[in-house]
Design a protein around this ligand. Structure first.
Ligand SMILES: [Zn+2]
Length: 262
């Protein structure tokens, strides 16, 4: 079983196609197109068809990454409408570039604890709408887990898996760097969520803050993680979420070595 590896698009890249060419030139199998960055808010039809043609000709698979700061759990109706519109745009982009999966983040618990259910309800409601809209086009919605610091939702396995269980046909993007900022282990997440993971983000940190460092520059032990992936027959995509390019290539070398040794 060979791992399939990609990377998440960079803030420093002005044109998405440059990331895609870098991915192809360096033999990556996957690329996650980040809608987070302002230069990617408006992607022209011409750019979308160039992305589709270049990636399909070179067998590069695509994932669409919606903005991590999308206020999906803010219950204000006008904001909810805008969130759903943005998720539909992302699903439309996925269909236009030939991708079958979209990563969505869980948002923040910004209301007082006694009103926490309003945030959770907003999140679940929006995810339902996104999953239903995506299903019409064969696009899977992959809910990502957040890191622990601050008011993050889905920053522990219990709430993350409860929310995933609430929504039929939803999938998961497991971010193991985010798990490393909690006192839980990525291996536990893999055991519990193995049937719904369609994407994995890999990077490292000091165990407290979400630093997006290269592999083995923090406290995350990738050996038991890789062992578990093999045990459950998960061979990717493993998306390096490390900046900049130099770290991506080094990260892949380290990951491949661990995969071979593990
Ligand atoms: Zn991530």
């Amino acid at each position: 079983m060979k791992p399939e590896i990609g990377f998440v698009g960079l803030l420093s890249t002005k044109q998405i196609i440059d990331d895609i060419r870098f991915a192809i030139d360096n033999g990556f199998q996957w690329y996650e197109l980040a809608l987070d960055w302002p230069q990617n808010y408006e992607i022209s039809e011409q750019q979308l068809s160039e992305i589709r043609e270049t990636s399909s000709q070179n067998r590069l698979n695509l994932v669409i990454h919606t903005a991590y700061y999308l206020p999906i759990a803010v219950p204000i109706p006008e904001i909810q409408n805008a969130v759903v519109a943005n998720l539909k745009t992302a699903i439309n982009i996925a269909t236009k570039v030939g991708s079958d999966r979209v990563t969505v983040h869980p948002g923040l618990q910004q209301l007082p604890a006694s009103a926490a259910s309003a945030s959770i309800d907003a999140l679940i409601n929006n995810l339902h709408k996104a999953v239903d809209f995506g299903a019409k086009y064969g696009v899977h919605i992959c809910l990502e887990n957040f890191p622990k610091p601050g008011a993050s939702l889905c920053a522990n396995l219990m709430t993350y898996s409860q929310i995933l269980n609430e929504i039929p046909n939803i999938s998961a993007t497991l971010d193991v760097g985010h798990v490393n900022t909690t006192n839980e282990s990525p291996v536990e997440y893999l055991s519990t969520l193995k049937n719904v993971i369609l994407d994995m983000h890999i990077h490292d940190n000091n165990g407290k803050t979400d630093e997006h460092k290269c592999l083995c520059e923090g406290t995350l032990d990738f050996y038991p993680l890789v062992k578990k992936c093999k045990e459950i027959s998960f061979n990717g995509p493993f998306m390096l979420e490390i900046f900049p390019y130099e770290g991506i290539l080094r990260g892949r070398d380290i990951f491949m070595k661990i995969w071979k040794d593990g």
